[in-house]
Ligand binder design. Structure first.
Ligand code: PMP
Length: 383
């Protein structure tokens, strides 16, 4: 048949590549994913060429936005929470049970997609100041969405407390409402374990165990704890560094063991509300998922909003990588760490979600100095 392809000049090359493809097919390398859940994990580790060249270090980023259900690392967590609940009989597939969660978006999106695939309802409580793209997407995925006023954790209408209360209504009225599960991403073991068994081992395998440092922001803390617990069990000398946005107490917790800066005057120690445009990372309480790996976090780097905005633009302009705010914070911190460590080191960080989820908020901001198409790395790291 091939010899009849008269319009192809270089038939020999074509035959050779067909023979090579045949070899691959014989080895059974093609794979079929078992539903949307099968598209979770095994994400690529990308060398960010521009940042690597600029620092002399290898800066590698785990492309978690390529998880195939809800397109963030929270796919791993949502699947782990649902599977754990199914194993314990707390959820029964295709029963119409309801899963409740308090989330700034990503976990809700992952839960909503997996709930659809497994025949559950998803009910998501989220603060109303998150990018509108996230709640729109949740609605399209068929979730019920309650957007509430941002409130401190002691307030019963705070989004996590509200989700817990909604799930409790099922326990009180099971005949009318059926089963309800509070996913509880901030406190549940299923969260950090997903990174301990998935993200961590994947990084180890992809780097052949050659990593000097791991850099990550923390929302629930599940990622940094789970990855640190696994990687440090293999690589005791690995440096684990928290990337933290303004207003978060975690930076101080890592640096000084308390949630405030001890150098600040008494009275100013309580957290003052800081408006940051970064979504998904930074928090003012120590969750179980952060606590479980806290002693393994060696240092923290503060990243200003301007730096995150500048980095997001830098990544598009130099690498064609379009990400959201927490990914940009991670990349600023990884670059600052590379400068601290000096050339020749290998640093792994995470790209959490796509910029498409942040168009109306994070991406609506102008870059540092207003120069849209000319971001200097020095300028954005020093801003
Ligand atoms: N990036 C994004 C976009 C997130 O939504 C979150 C979690 N809320 C994180 C990073 C932080 O991950 P973790 O909860 O594991 O600390």
């Amino acid at each position: 048949l091939i010899s009849r392809f008269s319009k192809i000049d270089d038939l020999d090359t074509l035959k050779k590549s067909l023979a090579e493809i045949d070899q691959t097919l014989k080895r059974g390398c093609g794979s079929i994913k078992e539903g949307i859940e099968g598209c979770i994990g095994d994400t690529p580790l990308i060398k960010i060429k521009s940042l690597s060249e600029a620092t002399g270090c290898e800066i590698l980023a785990k492309a978690e936005f390529l998880n195939g259900a809800g397109n963030s690392p929270k796919d791993r967590v949502a699947l782990s929470i649902i599977e754990t609940a199914e194993e314990r009989g707390l959820l029964v597939p295709h029963s119409g049970d309801t899963v409740y969660e308090g989330t700034v978006g990503s976990t809700g999106i992952s839960l909503a997609a997996i709930c659809r695939a497994r025949g559950y309802k998803a009910h998501i409580c989220m603060p109303n100041d998150m990018a509108i793209e996230k709640s729109d997407l949740l609605l399209k995925l068929g979730a019920e969405v309650e957007r509430v006023r941002p409130a401190p954790i002691v307030d019963q209408n705070q989004f996590v407390n509200l989700a817990r209360e909604r799930a409790k209504e099922h326990t009180e009225n099971p005949d009318k409402l059926g089963r309800g599960l509070f996913a509880d991403q901030f406190e549940t073991e299923a969260n950090w374990r997903a990174h301990f068994t998935g993200t961590g081992p994947e990084i180890y395998e992809q780097t052949g165990g050659f990593v000097d440092a791991f850099v990550s922001g923390a929302g629930t803390g599940g990622t940094i704890s789970g990855v640190a617990l696994f990687l440090k069990s293999k690589l005791p000398d690995l440096k684990v560094v928290l990337a933290d946005p303004p207003g978060s107490g975690l930076f101080n917790k890592v640096k000084y063991g308390v949630m405030f800066d001890p150098k600040e005057r008494e009275g100013t120690r309580r957290r003052h509300q800081v408006d940051t445009i970064v979504e998904g990372i930074g928090i003012n309480r120590v969750t179980h998922n952060f606590e479980v790996g806290r002693e393994l976090v060696d240092d923290a780097i503060r990243v200003a909003d301007d730096q995150a905005i500048g980095m997001a633009r830098w990544l598009v302009e130099n690498d064609g990588i379009f990400v959201g705010s927490s990914s940009a914070v991670n990349c600023v911190a990884a670059t600052k760490l590379a400068r601290q460590l000096g050339p020749g080191h290998r640093i792994v960080t995470l790209l959490c979600d796509s910029g498409a989820r942040h168009l109306s908020k994070f991406w609506a901001n102008k870059s540092v100095g207003g120069a849209e198409n000319d971001v200097s790395l020095d300028k954005l790291l020093d801003s």
